[in-house]
Design a protein around this ligand. Sequence first.
Ligand code: AHR
Length: 497
Amino acid sequence: MMETSMSANPISIRIRPSENGSVVNPNVYGHFAEHLGRGIYEGLWVGEDSLIPNTRGLRNDVVAALRELNIPVLRWPGGCFADEYHWKDGIGPRERRPSLINTHWGGVVENNHFGTHEFFDLCEQLGAEPYVCGNVGSGTPQEMMEWVEYITSDAESPMANLRRSNGRQKPWKLRYFGVGNESWGCGGSMRPEYYADEYRRYNTFVKNYSGNQVYRIACGANSGDLHWTEVLMERAGRHMDGLSLHYYTLCDGWPPRGSAIEFTEEEWGKIVRSALDMGRLLNEHIEIMDRFDPEKRVGLIVDEWGTWFECEPGSTPGFLYQQNGIRDAVVAALTLHIFHTRADRVAMANIAQLVNVLQATILTDGERFLRTPTYWVFEMLKGHQGGTTLGLDFDVPTCEVAGISIPALSVSATRNRAGETLASFANLDIANDREIEFEAQGSDPVGRLLASSSMLGHNTFDAPDAVSPRPLELRAEAGRVRFELPRHSVATIRFCA
Ligand code: AHR
């Protein structure tokens, strides 16, 4: 084990006054919920007859906790599940909906009790915009067209009337619609040239009904597949509003290895390096998008990101259930900071996934639930939503973790329309606490800290608040605040100009 210490000199961070940054699209703080494992069933949906307190089948404890995150947008029903989902199975009286096998995720029975009406109810309860992903892989353009009609049309039309017969008179608003998921893989194993044509064909039948305007998202690349982005932008760029990108933080490449909470120092270093790769990937894909779309009309939609480890021992194979620790929190803050740096093009991002799956914000165990360290990062950083990024001047310290060289610090700051500045900090080092001096030309600075005495720190159902925010002690000096940023921690400071 390395010796830990406090570095001698404070790291001085100044705001560059003349630099106008980009606005952080609130949707960068978006989430994703798939029919996978206990993500929907148990995690969000317990049914109206459950002993777990619920509102129309949606569990109250989880919804109340999620409301605190100001979730701007929620993607559903997949993921891989989206391209085998037939939406008509998930409407009408629940007892008459067909039960099917979820072939992607554990081969379990999917009873379709959570469908379109339940998803829109969830979004309304959360105050989130729905983002629906349509089925290209095993569906038809007609099925996709009818789904959008069912959701959004106010006309006397067959699908609008079907919706009314299922109890919903008024159409919902549906802004974000994805035309297929991972069409290069589980969504159909297509080549980009073929998918570009399929995208154009399916998208033609995604209509704007009754004043609803759909923001059309094409399936984008698998991490470093720049050829996919190039072909899509060239052949279908003018038909889309957004192009997606999927990138997961992995310990040693694919397949996922290691544990979320039992890992070595070397694995800490590898995970941070993998998370940092998001910055390189954004730059490379955006460089291609800029060539075809210099006005930046098409948004980059990182609609799947997060850590992916081996399933928690004892959990059901295929359910992608993993614990979540302070390392995940540091990765979440670092990744959100990276998105801020490309706020000029990144229009949305959706961490995978909301509850009980991969880098989740909430874990449940029957009627028990806990907020993960990742949850707290989204809660502490939510004030960045809609803020304008500020240029920062500081020397980025580096450190060695088990021989792996990484930056020791990640910082981002935004200012909102009310003149409030929020700065967030992640100490990526596991050995050194850092003294930070941050320029704060304003009043009433307030600091919060998410830290753990161990790099393995996490919450359990018996100790659900072990890793949770506490006040950060600030020392205010003329126009500056100083504070100690412990190793492997995330902190925020907020002040008014
Ligand atoms: O988030 C889990 C899976 O990862 C999604 O279903 C798929 O799109 C991706 O490969």
